[in-house]
Design a binder for this molecule. Structure first.
Ligand SMILES: [Zn+2]
Length: 182
């Protein structure tokens, strides 16, 4: 799933839930002579008003709603908690998306130009071309992780080895070969 498909799906989920009857929702059990054991989800706790019922998972008299596996209580519990559960997960998702975006912003590709097959490299093609006049090797380009590359060079490395793009972190973030960091 691409990130735009993911965003679209998330917007659909939000729209669907924003359109529902406002919560909180409660599991409610009717136990009178008319309903017998009726398990429902309602906008008011312990209600017996049909106008406050969102969904019923068991209607015994007459037997309209009665799933064969008998999980009326569990199903009602899941439905009643769905609005707050979904809201929680959307919140968590937004938090994680934010953290991933920050990591992607830090670990992004940077193009380097080399006039000697990678022994030295420069920020620009023009700088590498100057040296090419001496080495007689046409400048070529390669990509490194901007962040990991600066760590590697600060540690005293003279050429990029461990920080070639995609770095391990970029790979873990799903930014593979050929990715442009978008
Ligand atoms: Zn990196």
């Amino acid at each position: 799933m691409t990130s735009s498909e993911h965003t679209g799906r998330e917007a659909e989920i939000r729209a669907r839930w924003n359109a529902t009857t406002p919560g909180p929702w409660h599991v409610t059990v009717f136990d009178d002579v008319h309903a017998m054991n009726l398990v429902a989800v309602a906008t008011v706790a312990d209600t017996d008003a049909s106008s406050e019922i969102i969904a019923a998972t068991l209607v015994q008299a007459p037997r309209y709603v009665d799933v064969a596996d008998g999980r009326w209580d569990e199903n009602a519990e899941a439905i009643a908690n769905a609005p707050s559960d979904i809201a929680y997960l959307l919140g968590q998702n937004a938090l994680l998306e934010g953290q991933l975006a920050m990591a992607r912003e830090i670990h992004k590709p940077e193009t380097r130009y080399t006039p000697d097959d990678g022994e030295t490299s420069y920020d620009t093609y023009a700088d590498a071309a100057e040296i090419s006049k001496i080495t007689d090797i046409a400048p070529t380009q390669f990509e490194v992780c901007e962040h990991c590359g600066s760590i590697e060079m600060d540690a005293g490395a003279t050429e990029y080895r461990d920080s070639l793009w995609p770095c391990d972190t970029a790979r873990a973030l799903g930014l593979g070969e050929g990715a442009t960091g978008e």
